[in-house]
Design a binder for this molecule. Sequence first.
Ligand code: APR
Length: 308
Amino acid sequence: MKKKISVIGAGNVGATTAQLIVQSGIADVVLFDIVEGMPQGKALDMAEACPLWNSAATIRGTNRYADTTGSDLVVVTAGLARKPGMSRSDLLHANVDIVRGACMEIAKHSPNSIVIIVTNPMDVMAQLAWKTTEFSCRRVMGMGGILDASRLAAFLAWELHISPEDIEAVVLGGHGDDMLPLPRFTTVKGIPLTEILPKKKIDSLIERTRNGGAEIVSFLKSGSAYYAPAASTFQMVKSILLDEKRVLPCAAFLNGEYGIKDIYMGVPVILGEKGVEKIVEVKLTKEEKAQFRKSSATVKKLVEKLSI
Ligand code: APR
């Protein structure tokens, strides 16, 4: 029997993630939203594309959590997206209620599931999801680092006029503004980036990556990025579902790793069928450590403010 994945929130990120899963054929999908008819319509549309995608996966849209029962994996994208001038933290209060509500339903209907949080501010929402579901921290994680790394890789590929496939960008820390890119571990076919580009150029591309989400919001006017966020989420889904054990940067619960305790932070992890199977520790320089601590302090402050 195929595995069952529920996607909570059938907006841009949720529907695109559902599409990638269904198109790949690796699992059956339930697409949930509070808006009546919308997930049903999108699901029917995707189901009608399955013959063209050569996919035997099924997809069903719903407004009832009962239909998500027994999911192996749940992706949470429900919430409000950023508008121009809004930071991810501005979304906080509205999204806290939405994510908490969704997680209570996930715990009730899919007690053995693995949960991937996409809703922003993602690091804080991952912590909220872990607290609300009371699942093992191995089974609750956030999507962010893959997206930041992919954005950086895209900009580097344009700068160097090479295929992005040959770029391995390494990014840790909080998602977006607080990210901690590691140029000395970022490589072009194994060659450190620091040997290929001058520091000034690297810094400018990192700055563009840091503002990558906002750059797209300013073009779109209403709504935020979703193709790359969905592709990043799909990479996590695939590594877990197929037990690929890929090393991917995700928001994971730190229990002393990187000198940080009791907080979700973006770090490289091994993702497999059990969820976060191992946190990979990279030796950081003094400056990098300070930046990582600063990034975690921002998340911690928000977590404390919300008494999560
Ligand atoms: N339960 C389920 N779905 C909900 C709920 C809820 N309580 N509240 C809102 N939603 C749904 C909305 O109806 C909408 O369809 O969540 C969906 C969000 O979709 P979009 O507005 O298109 O936002 P999207 O671009 O998909 O972003 C979703 O992911 O990347 C992050 O910052 C982004 O937090 C945002 C989230």
